[in-house]
Design a protein around this ligand. Structure first.
Ligand SMILES: Cc1cc2nc3c(=O)[nH]c(=O)nc-3n(C[C@H](O)[C@H](O)[C@H](O)COP(=O)(O)O)c2cc1C
Length: 320
């Protein structure tokens, strides 16, 4: 598939996830072989306001291409201004969030609220496309409720104002993250639009990724929750789509080396206090499926510094 100057073959994206896909996790995913990552969603308002925390989230200049930045907002001019700023800070691709279901976001007409206002959604996309010299992509859900499915119509409108790729999370806003994603709608969006369509929702193993591509004809896939504590899933899917063969899971020792590297990145980018908090969250995901996982999780929550956390994971590696 073509996206601006890029030519990507069945890309496997790490989904944007607020509170998860920060620079430390994106770097970790790249280190294990993932190629396409997206930032957490970034508020256009906060960026234009030059909010310090938001600017920190956009310290992406030294990351490997493509640096895909996701913005959210409800005002076309504001979004255009933020898009220009993101471009100047190193973004290679700009993605617009039209799917976040969180009440505090939708009450501001942002995120999934735009599914109910396709005219505003289209104006926002048009303003961002006009503002930057980058490919602009949009991530949508199916609609607000099952009775208000709008994905195909919206995709068409977005394409008509110059959007270069559309990701479909095959759920409605009403579903939040519950129930099954309805991949059939991804097929319908793909049929009706000419831009690349990326399928998203409920892929947790390589076979499911291939199944989604076969069922919907989508041009690539995006993985969210399946990658929590399991960044290896992304390169495993990439490999499976290319060679139709499963990669074996890396040895426990190698996985733990990577976990410790992830923790180093967290401390480097976020400092000791916030880094440790974030580390606890990821550590609890990493030990999923380990022997005595519940007890390990308790100990993870009680760790007081990075040395203790490292020690815990080194002991897990040595015991196995
Ligand atoms: C913790 C969490 C945070 C998320 N944050 C974002 C976000 O910032 N932007 C976005 O477009 N989607 C966000 N999502 C939605 C995911 O990108 C993805 O669409 C959704 O999880 C469905 O994919 P999955 O079934 O592979 O998890 C988030 C999901 C989770 C679980």
């Amino acid at each position: 598939m073509k996206l601006g100057r890029y030519n990507w073959d069945l890309p496997v994206f790490l989904a944007p996830m607020a509170g998860v896909t920060d620079k430390a996790f994106r770097e970790t995913v790249r280190l294990v072989g993932g190629k396409y990552t997206v930032t957490e969603m970034i508020s256009a308002k906060a960026l234009n306001y030059q909010n310090c925390h938001t600017l920190h989230m956009l310290e992406i200049k030294d990351e490997t291409e493509p640096r895909i930045v996701q913005l959210f907002g409800s005002d076309p001019d504001n979004m255009a201004q933020a898009a220009k700023l993101a471009e100047s800070l190193g973004a290679d691709v700009l993605d617009i969030n039209m799917g976040c279901p969180t009440p505090k976001i939708v009450k501001n007409r942002e995120g999934a609220a735009l599914l109910r206002d396709p005219s505003l959604a289209t104006k926002i996309a048009a303003a961002v496309v006009q503002a930057v010299n980058l490919p602009v992509t949009v991530k949508i859900r199916l609609g607000w409720t099952k009775k208000e499915i709008i994905a195909a119509e919206l995709a068409n409108r977005l394409e008509s104002v110059g959007v270069s790729m559309i990701t479909v999370h095959a759920r409605t806003r009403e579903q939040f993250y519950a129930g099954q994603a309805e991949w059939e709608w991804i097929r319908r969006v793909k049929e009706i639009t000419n831009v690349p369509v990326i399928g998203n929702g409920d892929i947790t193993n390589p076979e499911q990724a291939l199944q989604m591509i076969e069922q919907t004809g989508c041009d690539g896939v995006m993985i969210g929750r399946g990658a929590l504590g399991n960044p290896w899933l992304i390169p495993q899917i990439q490999h499976y789509l290319k060679f139709k063969k499963l990669l074996s899971q890396p040895a426990l020792k190698d996985r733990i080396t990577m976990v410790l590297q992830h923790f180093e990145y967290l401390i480097e980018y976020k400092g000791n206090r916030i880094g440790l908090n974030e580390m606890r969250k990821h550590a609890a995901w990493y030990v999923k499926g380990f022997k005595n996982a519940a007890a390990l999780r308790n100990r993870i929550m009680q760790t007081r510094d990075i040395m203790e956390m490292k020690d815990l994971f080194c002991r897990i590696a040595d015991k196995n």
